[in-house]
Write a protein that binds this ligand. Structure first.
Ligand SMILES: Nc1ncnc2c1ncn2[C@@H]1O[C@H](COP(=O)(O)OP(=O)(O)O)[C@@H](O)[C@H]1O
Ligand SMILES: [Mg+2]
Length: 346
């Protein structure tokens, strides 16, 4: 079998935090385990969706992959090459191969840079000097991002563009170095619902035309269903389920996936509403529960769950989950914990 484009092995990330003044004086250090042993592969030309509630470690995974963050431990190979996960070493080379699109294009575009300089900057950083070649590359990137006629867009500044156009400029900047991998972190969640599908279609085109490999990070399952080939469900720094989107959606195995899916109405990306289940036990990022991370909120919780080490069990070829029970063994507790669903606009 061909080597995967991305291979993430046992990736961990802990952030040190100081909690309050008393801890500060006492020198008590607290840590957030943002990633606790993540294993993932992404094939060339595949779009993998990383899903899960806020705080599950999605952004951290993406930022380590583009080398915006150091990892605490673990390994990543990109197209067969191991990338250094600490310090500045290797950063430049892998920033070329792995590019990132962020949630808020207004925040990430320099307001004093016009579109031309915004897209030309990575080319300059990577040593391109020829002005004509640079111009052609910038125009081509704009054409690919469907900002046409490109010659009219190059003199505009971010404030002169719509939200969708700004995200297209960010995408043009992301592809101008012809990367192998694009990490897109909630790229449509700040955009008007009416243009979300357009941007997702553009990402699809990039994959189809250039076999670009993508990690698409989103808490929004409906956009993942629309765009991605496979989905990985994260919760408190662990992957709880992974598989082809259609399989996971049609037959979710892990109780957390079941609850997540049940709380998202089947919708096209134009009518997205996010619902998050709420209960007393808001996940504590610092004091993680023993065993299954989802245990304290799980309606099927059993003593066996305290032994869960999140080893992925196979459902079918590609579909795996981290629950200690198979789906048909899941039995609700005698006193079922109500899982309330609260509707919350994006
Ligand atoms: N720079 C940081 N410093 C300290 N803690 C952080 C930092 N970035 C993220 N975290 C923590 O790591 C956890 C995972 O965060 P993140 O990767 O942003 O999750 P997600 O993108 O799924 O919402 C959260 O508990 C968050 O508070
Ligand atoms: Mg995030």
């Amino acid at each position: 079998m061909a080597e995967p484009m991305i291979d993430i092995r046992d990736l961990t990330k802990t952030y040190p935090i100081k909690r309050n003044l008393k801890d500060l004086i006492g020198g008590v250090r607290h840590e957030v385990k943002a990633l606790d042993g993540i294993n993932l592969t992404i094939e060339k030309g595949e779009i993998l969706g990383l899903a899960g509630e806020s705080g599950s470690g999605k952004t951290t995974t993406g930022e380590i992959l583009v080398r915006l963050q150091d990892a605490t431990s673990g390994g990543i190979t990109v197209d067969g090459h191991p990338i250094g996960l600490k310090g500045k070493h290797d950063r430049k080379r892998f920033r070329k191969d792995v590019q990132m699109i962020f949630q808020d294009p207004y925040e990430t575009l320099n307001p004093r840079f016009n579109v031309y300089d915004t897209i030309a900057e990575p080319l300059r950083i990577h040593g391109l000097k020829d002005k004509h070649v640079m111009y052609d590359k910038v125009i081509e990137a704009l054409e690919i991002a469907e900002l046409r006629p490109a010659e009219q867009f190059i003199y505009r500044f971010p404030h002169e563009l719509s939200g969708g156009q700004r995200q297209r400029v960010a995408i043009a900047r992301g592809i101008v170095l012809e990367p192998k991998v694009l990490v897109a972190d909630e790229p449509v969640s700040m955009l008007d619902v009416s243009i979300r599908a357009d941007i997702l279609n553009l990402l699809k085109q990039l994959r189809d035309k250039f076999s670009l490999t993508m990690l698409y990070v989103s808490h929004d399952l409906s956009t993942i269903k629309y765009l991605c080939d496979r989905i990985a469900i994260m919760y408190l720094g662990k992957i709880l389920e992974i598989g082809p989107v259609n399989d996971v959606v049609a037959d979710p195995q892990h109780p957390y996936t079941q609850v997540l899916l049940a709380s998202v109405p089947v919708a096209d990306p134009d009518h997205v509403k996010e619902r998050i289940m709420v209960d007393d036990e808001v996940p504590d990022q610092i004091h993680l529960p023993q065993g299954c991370r989802f245990g304290p909120r799980c309606p099927y919780f059993k003593p066996e769950c305290l032994e869960c080490d999140h080893t992925l069990r196979m459902v079918s070829d590609n579909h795996r989950h981290a629950c200690v029970f198979a789906k048909d063994e899941l039995i609700r507790n005698d006193v079922p914990k109500p899982v309330e669903v609260e509707e919350k606009p994006l």
